[in-house]
Design a protein around this ligand. Structure first.
Ligand code: AMP
Ligand code: ZN
Length: 113
């Protein structure tokens, strides 16, 4: 299953991505269809389908920390940004490899539609 996963193929380098930050556990790359001037996805290198299946709190904390580092790196940490995890159908999840969206560079509406 993980073999066919789009984001696993980005992790392996099979599919190119604009990587902005990475370490041994996670990578961050630009969303192919950006919804804000900064739109970066932070993902674990290992395949985890959804937030509900992510039981490793250390891994989750690491992903959140990388999201904050990406925001700093992108220059949106002070102006503000949003970190989003869509989960399953009603949450709007379309790629079933856990990812955090980091959105910034413009004022974001609340509540989300
Ligand atoms: P979600 O709807 O939360 O599952 O988000 C999936 C995101 O992945 C969307 O924002 C897509 O634009 C993005 N996406 C899909 N394919 C690629 C790709 N090849 N490279 C980068 N981002 C992608
Ligand atoms: Zn995967």
């Amino acid at each position: 299953m993980a073999d066919a996963c789009l984001f696993c193929r980005i992790v392996s380098g099979e599919i190119p991505a604009k990587i902005v930050r990475q370490d041994d556990r996670a990578i961050a790359f630009r969303d192919i269809s950006p919804q804000a001037p900064t739109h970066v996805l932070v993902i674990p290198r290992r395949h985890v389908a959804t937030l509900g299946e992510a039981t490793d709190t250390g891994e989750l904390g690491h992903l959140l920390r990388m999201a904050a580092e990406v925001a700093e790196q992108e220059g949106v940490a002070t102006t503000g940004y949003r970190t989003v995890i869509n989960t399953n159908g009603d949450g709007g999840q379309t790629v079933f490899h856990l990812h955090l969206h980091v959105l910034g560079g413009r004022a974001l509406a609340w509540p989300p539609g």
